[in-house]
Design a protein around this ligand. Structure first.
Ligand code: FES
Ligand SMILES: [Fe+2]
Length: 422
């Protein structure tokens, strides 16, 4: 459990809040690249960390993220005209470039130099892994560009999507670093007794702190085979999960593959979940894997971009809970692994009340993440750099294996840090 005060500290994200200041020290995924398909395309309205913004691609192909409120009289720049390397407010015609400079102020006399004095908040962006990332923190603290293995492989080797989650970001992160629920929530075939996570439902969770957050293993012992199923994860501050995704239920090896999420706070009570999967092998992902099929994260099938990237199964229809399916087929009666995650995490309330919890041994990784986040609020308040805000996480990889029961999981480390980092 967590005190009410600490719960407030690590969940709230607005400008000036302790965690809001921490989150502003990282590159943050804000859009999928195809949302701004061409120069001078339609601007997009978005909200990140409680701030209303507008995104546009200018005539030269540069991406701008500006405060949505025009600095003149505060109307929405989303309604603006995207023209000739700038976004022009349709109220009085003031025009801004991707850096927030006022290029034109036709409502003032030609002799006025007022336009040279006006700027609007603008945030740097970078593209990586089919995602547009932005940075909202102090200029002098800007981190090196995001560089996960999944952002660097060819497009053919990666799939990404995003989906709205109507809850605070932290309970979503905590779901992602809670390996034990997968034996239950994600048991999608009640009749199959060979499923590794059904055979062993109480994983041993071990956490090793790193410079970027932590690595952790979950070990599911399978004594009748003298083996164990080991799944490793990386938690990269503040909201990245990387998980091994190679081993299929039979215990046979599948392609070299990993998956994960970034849980980006829209505001205190809403989150945009970026989903990714990739292979580091020579073979590209197949079409189903690239589309994230069967995960609840497939664009258009599970997610409706025209409805703010909301899941078609959502809280208004109880995620299409099917009681007959729950009795006979799967544990939840809900279709889609990550739909199951979102459904249950949203039932915790807009911001989960952690002062009422009873945590067990499998919650170790969650407790560790909360400690790191709390420490980070103090570090940043003291002028320091929080973990994961430099290049500490470059070169990490999450893997999973069926291995001999007495072999230490740490023997997987060379594969978890393939380029020798850490
Ligand atoms: S409010 Fe935007 S130009 Fe006047
Ligand atoms: Fe899950």
């Amino acid at each position: 459990m967590l005190s009410t005060q600490h719960n407030e500290t690590i969940t709230r994200v607005g400008p000036g809040t302790p965690m809001g200041e921490v989150l502003r020290r990282y590159w943050i995924p804000v859009l999928l690249d195809w949302e701004l398909p061409a120069p001078d395309c339609d601007p997009i309205r978005l909200k990140i960390l409680g701030e209303s913004l507008v995104a546009f691609k200018d005539t030269s192909g540069r991406i701008g993220i500006l405060a949505d409120a025009c600095p003149h009289r505060r109307v929405s720049l989303y309604f603006g005209r995207n023209e000739e390397n700038g976004l022009r407010c349709v109220y009085h015609g003031w025009k801004f470039d991707v850096e927030g400079k006022c290029l034109d102020m036709p409502s003032e006399p030609a002799t006025s130099n007022f336009k040279d004095k006006v700027r609007t908040p603008a945030y740097p962006t970078v593209e990586a892994g089919n995602i547009i990332w932005a940075y909202f923190g102090p200029k002098e603290k800007i981190p090196p560009a995001p560089n996960f293995e999944w952002t660097t492989v060819p497009d053919t080797h990666r799939g990404v999507s995003k989906v709205l989650q109507e809850s605070n970001w932290l309970q979503a992160v905590e779901g992602g670093i809670d390996t034990s629920h997968s034996s239950f929530l994600h048991n999608n075939d009640l009749s199959d007794k060979t499923l590794l996570r059904s055979r062993s439902t109480a994983p041993i969770v071990e956490v090793e702190l790193t410079d970027y957050g932590y690595a952790y293993s979950s070990q599911r012992l399978l004594p009748e085979d003298e083996t164990k199923y080991v799944r490793t994860y990386h938690y990269v501050m503040p909201f990245h999960q990387l998980r091994g995704n190679q081993v299929r239920n039979s215990g046979g090896y599948y392609m070299p593959k990993s998956a994960g999420h970034c849980w980006v706070p829209i505001d205190d009570e809403t989150t945009m979940v970026f989903n990714w999967t990739y292979t580091w092998g020579d073979e590209p992902l197949n079409e189903a894997d690239r589309a994230l099929r069967g995960t609840g994260n497939e664009m258009y099938a599970d997610i409706d971009p025209a409805d703010g990237f909301r899941s078609r199964r959502n809280r208004d229809n109880d995620w299409m809970l099917d009681r007959e399916m729950q009795r006979t087929k799967n544990f939840t009666g809900i279709v889609g692994v990550n739909t199951q995650d979102r459904a249950l995490q949203v039932t915790m309330g807009a911001i989960a009340d952690r002062s009422l919890e009873k945590l067990g041994t499998t919650d170790r990784a969650i407790i560790a993440a909360r400690k790191l986040l709390l420490q980070a609020t103090a570090t940043v308040a003291d002028g320091g750099d929080p973990p994961g805000s430099r290049d500490e996480y470059y070169g990490i990889r999450a893997i999973d294996r069926v291995m001999a029961i007495d072999e230490p999981w740490q023997s997987l480390k060379p594969e978890m840090y393939p380029v020798g980092a850490h």
